[in-house]
Design a protein around this ligand. Structure first.
Ligand SMILES: *[C@@H]1O[C@H](CO)[C@@H](O)[C@H](O)[C@H]1NC(C)=O
Ligand SMILES: *[C@@H]1O[C@H](CO)[C@@H](O)[C@H](O)[C@H]1NC(C)=O
Ligand SMILES: *[C@@H]1O[C@H](CO)[C@@H](O)[C@H](O)[C@H]1NC(C)=O
Ligand SMILES: *[C@@H]1O[C@H](CO)[C@@H](O)[C@H](O)[C@H]1NC(C)=O
Ligand SMILES: *[C@@H]1O[C@H](CO)[C@@H](O)[C@H](O)[C@H]1NC(C)=O
Ligand SMILES: *[C@@H]1O[C@H](CO)[C@@H](O)[C@H](O)[C@H]1NC(C)=O
Ligand SMILES: *[C@@H]1O[C@H](CO)[C@@H](O)[C@H](O)[C@H]1NC(C)=O
Length: 765
């Protein structure tokens, strides 16, 4: 920024030097050539430019006369005449193509009788074989004196043009000069090269109204420059009494007339009159022939080889149409006009050039202000965004760590080394899941439960998933949770809903499960869709077997065992082939383990809760067995675990069933369809199995593995009872054994609750 003034100063210092050197280099140009070398240039004060010339070889000689001039120096003012023609030339111009000459007017003088007594200036002026023609625009035929009729004829003697002047008091004359009273004028046609004037005698006669008594002594007829009529002929009285000779100026149009037009002239380069390179040919405005003119930006004599010279427009810049107020530079045929260094603007305008600095100063101010104002604002905004983003990232990191993300990553990388994926398990980012669920849109909700909301999501690879967003916010889950996730992710059982991944960047981790299409078993049993007749029990049994197998597998697959904690029909999902898939494993493990919290927060669902768990607050495998017993009961009776219609004692399905068993009426509780399809011995066996599962004492309940096996056995028996008779005697026996044993379980004293006492479960949730 500080460089600009320095450069300015240097320029100012250098400028005078540059001017001086420019002056030194510029040689004065030779005076413009107007005549051929060695020829006389002037006659008096009249310049005689080529193609005119005085003396041999100084004029253009092309067979036509007029260019050869003679200068008679014997007079006080030298007289210039065209050789061969009786005309005295007073002015000469090659720019306009005009010659001013002087001609003697024809004069007739009369005595009192009207007889011609003196006459002069008669005779023709023949210019036909010359380069001259009488100018039609600048000449007039004039008859002066009255009464008269003046006219002229062409070479053949034919009348060309004329006018009549009459004698009347001048006040009757029309306005203007020479308008008919004592003087008249008429125009002449163009291309006139021959002039021979006449006066028609008009003698005074009595009674003739045209002829006035007062006549002029002498009357004249002549061709004259129009300008002369306007400026010199201002008072007719001055001329009325005259009797002397009258010489008047005329204008002649000259051109190169040996060739008719430019296109023909250009054919003969040796004869072509326009010699200068910077010249061109112009058609003559009067008659045949052509003239030459210097090109635009040049001036001089186009009829000479080097006649047209470049005009230094800068020297006469004030006279230009567009004057230059800046630095003018002449160029061949033109010029440039620019603002001086350090300024800018329009140089052809007065004060059009403004110092650049003032302009840039304004710009600087504007720029400075805008930068000063906007930069801090922008910076603040940018910083704010940055801080917000960092905050978000930090929060994500915090949650990720709190939720055991680091631990989980370590586990996974130690498992297969990739750190991101183990057995299809993936740690999702928050954005992934937001994208998959369309920002957890309401129309993506699959179900709402006590624990949270389940959304349907579509991952980027088009996998359909169920995403569980927990509500629970009490205690941050930690390493144990991550461990649980890790173990669950390793489970691969066809009857367990697969855990595909989780998202730990949020306050409460979100779980991503495989999507199971056909809804819950709860909906299947209690929904409007009825089970096909004939297969109702079979389907129920199969679902029961599959669910039992899943639970048994989970109980045995890891140590400590993976407990479900909330077995219920709503947690058993069905796919399109009605295959059972147990979901929500380990959900209960998300619950806090300390007793204080436990007291107020009972996990599980009313109707399915293990009464022992309620008392001890200790969740065991047998708790799942109890809940499964309720599920079995629900499957067979098609009644809800708790139903709120009917009398108070009938509200719990379990209690109802137990009481019915005691009085031997339990088959009436069963769904009619199931009852019809069920074999009588199957009813007894399954009743005993349910009773064992629902035993108040956890220890007395069978393991999940045993339940699964028993159910599978029953299923096979139900499917194929005839084969059992002989081929599978053993199985039948074991079924019966079971029946025997259960009689004992039913009455194990220390674990029986007193139902009849009217006590019912009460839950805090
Ligand atoms: C030449 O000089 C005379 C008088 O000296 C003057 O009247 C005349 O106008 C001049 N002609 C030209 C063409 O300058
Ligand atoms: C001579 O002719 C030129 C061009 O027609 C004109 O400008 C100039 O005034 C004339 N000079 C005289 C004395 O008539
Ligand atoms: C004719 O006029 C000229 C000049 O004006 C004069 O010298 C001459 O004497 C005149 N002739 C006659 C017959 O009047
Ligand atoms: C013209 O001549 C007459 C008589 O001859 C005279 O009365 C008159 O004043 C003259 N006019 C001029 C302008 O000289
Ligand atoms: C030029 O003149 C020649 C003959 O003199 C003629 O043939 C030609 O047509 C003319 N050209 C123009 C453009 O007038
Ligand atoms: C060209 O012009 C010159 C000079 O006027 C003449 O001698 C010659 O014959 C002309 N040539 C032609 C082809 O007309
Ligand atoms: C010659 O050119 C100049 C300008 O270049 C123009 O003003 C002038 O009228 C031209 N003359 C003729 C006879 O065309």
């Amino acid at each position: 920024m500080a460089i600009a003034p320095v450069v300015h100063l240097l320029l100012l210092l250098l400028l005078p030097l540059a001017e001086v050197s420019a002056l030194e280099q510029q040689k004065p140009p030779p005076p413009p050539q107007v005549v051929r070398p060695g020829c006389r240039e002037k006659c008096g004060n009249i310049t005689v430019p080529y193609p005119f010339g005085i003396g041999d070889g100084c004029y253009r000689d092309d067979g036509k006369g007029g260019f050869q001039l003679r200068c008679d120096d014997s007079h006080a003012t030298p007289r210039l005449t065209a050789v061969g023609y009786d005309i005295r030339i007073t002015n000469l111009s090659i720019a306009t193509g005009e010659v001013q000459a002087k001609l003697k007017a024809t004069r007739y003088c009369y005595d009192n009788e009207g007889v011609t007594v003196n006459r002069s200036g008669d005779g023709a002026t023949p210019l036909t074989s010359s380069h001259y023609l009488f100018s039609a625009t600048k000449n007039r035929l004039v008859a002066l004196g009255c009464p008269s009729h003046g006219y002229f004829v062409d070479t053949a003697g034919y009348y060309v043009s004329g006018c009549m002047s009459i004698c009347r008091p001048l006040q009757y004359a029309m306005p203007g000069s020479c308008t008919g009273v004592a003087c008249c004028q008429s125009a002449i046609p163009s291309a006139v090269g021959y002039f021979e004037p006449f006066l028609l005698d008009m003698q005074k006669k009595d009674g003739d109204p045209i002829l006035y008594t007062t006549t002029t002594t002498c009357r004249y007829v002549f061709l004259v420059e129009t300008e002369w009529l306007r400026t010199r002929y201002n008072n007719v009285d001055k001329h009325l009494n005259r009797t002397d000779d009258l010489t008047v100026p005329i204008i002649l149009d000259w051109a190169v007339r040996n060739v008719g037009n430019c296109s023909t002239a250009r054919l003969n380069r040796t004869d072509y009159a326009c010699r200068s390179v910077a010249s061109h040919c112009v058609k003559s405005i009067n008659g045949a022939g052509y003239q030459c003119n210097c090109s635009k930006g040049y001036e001089g004599n186009p009829y000479l080889e080097d006649g047209c010279r470049d005009i230094d427009e800068c020297k006469r810049i004030e006279k230009q149409e567009e004057p230059c107020y800046g630095v003018c530079t002449n160029t061949p045929g033109s010029y440039t006009c620019q603002c001086p260094p350090g300024t800018s603007g329009i140089a052809t305008w007065k004060n059009g050039c403004r110092p650049k600095d003032s302009f840039t100063f304004a710009l600087k101010v504007v720029t400075g202000v805008s930068v000063g104002v906007f930069l801090p604002v922008f910076m603040c905004f940018w910083l704010y965004l940055g801080i917000q983003k960092r905050k978000l990232i930090r929060a994500k990191h915090k949650f990720f760590e709190l939720n055991g993300g680091v631990f989980l990553q370590q586990q996974m990388s130690s498992y297969n080394g990739t750190g991101t994926c183990a057995g299809g398990f993936k740690i999702f980012s928050k954005e992934d899941l937001e994208k998959a669920t369309n920002h957890f849109a309401a129309d993506r909700v699959l179900g709402r439960g006590g624990h949270g909301i389940v959304y349907k999501g579509v991952l980027e690879d088009k996998t359909v998933v169920a995403i569980k967003k927990s509500k629970m916010i009490e205690e941050a889950p930690t390493k144990e949770f991550a461990m649980e996730m890790f173990i669950l992710s390793q489970i691969n059982h066809k009857n367990v809903v697969k855990l595909l991944g989780c998202c730990l960047e949020v306050e409460v981790p979100m779980l991503v499960y495989e999507y199971v299409s056909n809804g819950t078993l709860y909906n299947y049993i209690h929904g409007s869709k009825g089970i096909e007749s004939g297969t109702a029990f079979e389907t129920c049994l199969r679902i029961a077997v599959e669910s039992a197998e899943a639970l048994a597998y989970m109980h045995s697959s890891a140590s400590p065992p993976i407990l479900h904690g909330d077995v219920k029909t709503a947690n058993i999902l069905l796919d399109d082939k009605l295959t059972a898939k147990v979901s929500d494993f380990g959900a209960s493990k998300l619950a806090p383990t300390d007793e204080a919290k436990m007291a107020t927060l009972v996990q599980g669902t009313c109707g399915y809760l293990d009464p022992e768990y309620l008392m001890t607050c200790r969740l065991t495998e047998k708790s799942d067995v109890y809940s499964f017993g309720v599920v079995l009961l629900e499957l067979l009776t098609k009644k809800k675990a708790l139903y709120f219609e009917g009398p108070e004692e009938d509200r719990s399905l379990v209690l109802c069933f137990m009481m019915a068993v005691q009085v031997g009426q339990h088959h009436e509780l069963l769904d009619s369809q199931v009852r019809n399809e069920m074999r009588i011995e199957t009813l007894e066996v399954i009743t005993q199995l349910i009773m064992r599962c629902l035993n108040m004492c956890g220890q007395e309940r069978p393991t999940m593995k045993e339940v699964a096996e028993r159910l599978e056995m029953l299923r096979r028996y139900q499917l194929n009872p005839w084969a059992q008779a002989d081929a599978n005697m053993e199985e039948r026996q074991s079924l019966l054994d079971m029946e025997q044993r259960n009689v004992e379980y039913k009455f194990t004293q220390d674990c029986v609750l007193d139902f009849e006492g009217g006590s019912t479960y009460s839950f805090s949730s």
